[in-house]
Structures are given as C-alpha cells and as structure tokens.
Design a protein around this ligand. Structure first.
Ligand code: AMP
Length: 300
C-alpha cells in the first residue's frame, strides 16, 4: 500500500571524529522515503530551492519514489543542517540550521497523496504537520516524529498533533523533555496518555522501546562495528518500520513488532556510511538476511 511522507529535504554537512562531508543529501523525509522504498511504494512531499541538485531527485526516482509532491522554489535555497558527532558517535551537536525554503513551506498535497491510508509526518514543524494531517482525512495509520526544537517552540500545536495521531516516534531525550519524566518507561506511558495508540522511543545504539495498551518492550539495535555516520538513523528506522506496516497493510501487535525489527535493521545499514551511501547499495534480501541474524541473536 502506498505510504506518504512529508518532512525535511536537506543538504547536510556532517563532521565525525575522523571525517567530514559537505552538502550531502539528507533530510528527514529523504532518509525515511529511501528506507521505506525497500518495502512499499512511497510518495514524498517537501520543498527545496533551485540549488537542489537534480541528481538527488533522480536517485529517489531510481527507487520508485514519487516526488510529485516535492516543490521547487525558484530563487530559493534548500534547507541546510550541519552537525558534529562526539567521540562516542552517539551524541551530536547541531552546528547550524538554515530553514531557508522550509520557513515558508505551505504543504499542499497532490490529490493522489491525499487519498493515502498510511501517512508519516517526519521531523518538522508541528504547525506544518497539522496542515498535512488535515489534508488526509481517510488515513488509517498516521505516525509522526518530532524533536526538541518543536517541543520547545510549538508546545500547543504539538500537543494537538499528538492527540490526533495514531503513533509517535521520538528519541529518549525528547521523550523526557516532552513529559518531564526521567524514567523512559514512565515517559512512554505519559506520551501515550496524551493520545496516540502507540509510542516508540528511540535510544540510538541502545535500540528502541515500544509502548501500546497491549505491551511494552525494547528491541536492541543490531550490533554493527562499522559506525561511520549515524545521521538519518532515526528517520531510516521510521522508514523501515512504516514501510513494512504499509507493505503488510495492517498494524496489529505482531506486525508492529516485526516492523520495529525491520526499522532497527534498516537503520543499522544507514549508519555504516555517510548520507544514503550504504543504504543505496543494499537490496531487500540484505535486510531479510540481517533479519535472520537478528532473530538468531535474540533467541535463547
Ligand atoms: P536523524 O539523524 O534521524 O535525527 O535525522 C537527521 C536528519 O534530520 C538530517 O538529514 C537533517 O537534515 C534533518 N534535520 C535536522 N534538524 C531538523 C529540523 N529541525 N527539522 C527537520 N529536519 C531536520
């Protein structure tokens, strides 16, 4: 089943303790779409300036991603983010954010997008996420991601969004900030009380926690020794998870757990190189093979 995603489309500059890359393909909606495309057809909506290299769009097309909802603003500049990873490769510092065309972005979804059943509101302003949600009244599963910037700057809009969606995906420090709870189990429960049927708290190299009325569990990250650049891991996790749910066409507890595992494995490939460089060199079979290893690792 087709999956719609709206979020940032970016040019990233990333610094790790050993390497540096400037103006590489990034953005929450880009990592998400690419990851999800291994499972289901994806329709991407976002905005870029005319400095956006066309080769990036072609790369998305090569995976069958529909970009008819990607607006190009003449004379505008694409959203830019730059970040630096600390020695542990888990913590990062944002060095600079230039919203550029994102600042004025008015997401008007193409008609085909509006009929979607599966919708993901990738990291971005809650005001914008609400505008998109309003355009997809028939969606069966709506899931959003958020971050500290929006928790601090748009608390009321974010609360309204959380009340209206089915699932929220966020990282551990964001869950603590949103709820004021230091314990993640309590934080997960507190987010659920705000409205969504399920909550996923991502913990970077320590995996991800799941909360619903049926169950609470944690899945470990897939252990990879090759951590080159963690940028986009969270978005790829969400892409793998939502992609699998859309492929299966349901979100019962068993499918959700399997989807959490696919999200984990998709992210484990993303971190093995900069930008989409590792992900673009895998096939669905690589994910399934890693799934076998992951299953073996978890059975005792
Ligand atoms: P992740 O590592 O999964 O948290 O995602 C990193 C991606 O998020 C990068 O490619 C950035 O371009 C994008 N990003 C960073 N900050 C923001 C923001 N405030 N709004 C939307 N996207 C962002």
């Amino acid at each position: 089943m087709p999956l719609v995603v709206v979020g940032s489309v970016a040019l990233d500059s990333v610094e790790t303790p050993t390497e540096k890359r400037e103006n590489v393909l990034g953005g929450s909606a880009v990592f998400f779409s690419y990851a999800a495309s291994y499972f289901t057809p994806v329709r991407l909506a976002g905005v870029v300036g005319d400095d956006w290299p066309e080769e990036h769009t072609k790369m998305l097309w090569a995976r069958g991603i529909d970009t008819s909802g990607l607006q190009i603003v003449p004379g505008g500049k694409t959203f830019r983010w730059s970040g630096k990873y600390l020695e542990n490769m888990n913590d990062r510092e944002t060095l600079d954010i230039q919203l550029n065309v994102m600042d004025q972005f008015d997401p008007v979804l193409p008609e085909e997008y509006r009929r979607c059943k599966f919708l993901f509101l990738a990291n971005g302003s809650a005001v914008l996420q609400l505008k998109v949600l309003d355009q997809c009244p028939g969606a069966q599963l709506t899931v959003a991601d958020t971050m500290d910037l929006w928790i601090r700057n748009e608390p009321d809009e974010l609360r309204e969004l959380i009340r209206r969606i089915d699932g929220l995906v966020l990282n551990d420090s964001e869950a603590k900030l949103l709820t004021g709870q230091d314990n993640l189990v309590r934080a997960g429960g507190a987010v659920r009380e705000m409205g969504p049927r399920f909550v996923v708290i991502k913990k970077g190299e320590h995996g991800a926690m799941f909360f619903s009325e049926h169950e609470t569990y944690v899945l470990p990250a897939f252990p990879t020794a090759e951590v080159v650049d963690p940028t986009g891991a969270g978005d790829s996790f969400a892409g793998g998870m939502m992609g699998y749910l859309a492929e299966q066409g349901n979100f019962d507890p068993k499918t959700l757990k399997q989807a959490m595992a696919y999200g984990t494995l998709t992210a484990s490939f993303t971190v093995e190189d900069f930008s989409l460089d590792r992900l673009k060199n895998i096939e669905r079979e690589d994910l399934d093979q890693r799934m076998e290893e992951y299953r073996r690792m978890l059975s005792f």
